[in-house]
Design a protein around this ligand. Structure first.
Ligand SMILES: [Zn+2]
Length: 277
């Protein structure tokens, strides 16, 4: 944890290390919330700290969350039968979060529908987003996914997914018009860093689409503490202010940011941003 301690700074530059001055203890957990997937955590103890300036929530604990994604996240989060889960989500059609995500993105990029677009989806998971997008546009679609089970699954449904992550620097020459990150940056210690890497992979005037859990709205809910926005795999839970700041610190130009309640009940913030000259 010594390494992460020096990064205990909020995006709004208030220093979380100055004890209790700029940050307050918001939630404290000694056992997993009832609906949290079972990650087999031995000593369950964690805190959620809240920045007094921008409202951003930061997780504080010693649980090795990064280990989750290497092999078994797919199985723990989605069960062993991925095809079953995939079919279930697909059958939801307009009741699925993904349906509305695809709609949102295609509506935003309506002028690009017939153009040659190169899109990268970071952390493509079950590939539902790319699978749906593929039906609607002729874009070049690529997924990036660290979990081999998800990569194998993508092959089965004929979606192009590479087994890697953004940090591995695998795209030496390829640039993208659009990079999507659906519920990804809340899982990493340094979201700004991840956005900076994405920026490098964009063409000039290329776009990023970002979705994150909306901590502000979730925290107002009477069961806020136990909601999935605050589950253990989220190292950051955002507010409008903190997401905006995060995007700006990565050197991207924010174009649109909204708070929504998804069909699944999740409170989500989404943003479109641009790599402007
Ligand atoms: Zn802050």
């Amino acid at each position: 944890m010594t390494k992460s301690k020096k990064n205990q700074k909020c995006f709004c530059f208030s220093n979380l290390k100055k004890k209790n001055k700029n940050t307050e203890l918001f939630y404290e957990y000694y056992s997993a919330p009832p609906l949290e997937p079972n990650y087999n955590i031995k000593y369950y103890k964690r805190k959620i700290m809240k920045c007094k300036f921008c409202g951003h929530f930061t997780a504080k604990h010693k649980i090795k969350v990064n280990e989750f994604y290497k092999k078994n996240y797919s199985i723990i989060a989605h069960g062993k039968n991925m095809i079953k889960k995939f079919r279930k989500i697909n059958s939801l059609k307009s009741k699925s979060d993904n349906h509305h995500r695809v709609k949102r993105i295609l509506s935003y990029f309506r002028n690009y529908k017939k153009k040659d677009i190169n899109l990268l989806d970071v952390g493509s998971g079950l590939s539902i987003f790319l699978y749906e997008l593929k039906k609607k546009v002729n874009w070049k679609l690529t997924g990036l996914e660290p979990d081999i089970n998800f990569v194998r699954f993508a092959k089965k449904i004929k979606v192009n997914v590479i087994h890697s992550n953004l940090k591995s620097n695998i795209f030496k020459k390829e640039k993208f018009n659009i990079i999507s990150m659906n519920k990804i940056i809340e899982h990493v210690k340094e979201p700004v860093k991840l956005l900076k890497i994405s920026k490098k992979l964009l063409i000039q005037n290329g776009y990023v689409y970002i979705e994150v859990p909306d901590g502000y709205t979730a925290s107002k809910h009477k069961k806020g503490k136990f909601r999935e926005e605050f589950f253990v795999d989220h190292l950051h839970v955002f507010t409008r202010r903190s997401l905006k700041k995060c995007i700006e610190l990565a050197g991207l130009k924010l174009l649109n940011l909204k708070s929504i309640k998804e069909k699944s009940g999740k409170y989500t913030l989404f943003a479109f941003a641009k790599k402007a000259a």
